[in-house]
Design a protein around this ligand. Structure first.
Ligand SMILES: [Zn+2]
Length: 174
């Protein structure tokens, strides 16, 4: 039998044992120990990163959860309001369409109606799901004379589907 030599340290193998890679016993143990240390270091590094960036993971988790909820939950009119309770741009469009359609229904010449789109048309009622929207409208009367008046529309709105609102009252003051 030929003499065997370790592929790592080059020493002669005396106990007849060689690793798969051709290393002697001491070399194989040394490499194993080294790998264990490296694995421990990697694990420690992972833990350290987790400690440092747990909030990123949390943030991503919350964001994903929020988008999931947003996708699965039916939207309510509350989402048309911002943090200060003011109408968002989408809310402004939504509420003005509801209010202006209601106003047109009460006009003699709805096709001549022109609405102003200034600020602060909107007000909230204490009643659940009830909103108010006001503004100025100019439209011709039955004699073809254009008149300008303030309108006040109160409506209940409980969802963001076209049929999820009902008009409670419409007032047009000359
Ligand atoms: Zn060796």
């Amino acid at each position: 039998m030929d003499d065997l030599y370790c592929a790592r340290c080059g020493k002669q193998i005396i106990d007849g044992w060689v690793s798969k890679s051709g290393y002697c016993h001491p070399c194989a143990s040394e490499i194993r120990a080294q790998r264990e240390i490296e694995a421990n270091q990697k694990e420690a590094h992972k833990k350290q990163m987790l400690k440092k960036y747990w909030w990123v993971i949390l943030l991503v988790g919350i964001t994903l959860l929020n988008s999931f909820i947003a996708l699965t939950m039916p939207r309510t009119p509350d989402t048309l309001l911002d943090a200060n309770g003011k109408l968002t741009t989408e809310g402004e469009i939504w509420f003005s369409i509801i209010a202006e359609n209601a106003v047109k229904d009460g006009l003699k010449a709805p096709k001549t109606a022109e609405f102003d789109h200034g600020d602060d048309h909107y007000y909230v009622y204490s009643k659940v799901d009830t909103y108010g929207y006001s503004g100025t409208v100019t439209a011709e009367n039955s004699f073809g004379v254009p008149l300008t008046g303030e309108y006040y529309v109160i409506f209940r709105c409980w969802g963001l589907e076209p049929d999820q609102y009902e008009i409670i009252s419409v007032e047009i003051a000359d």
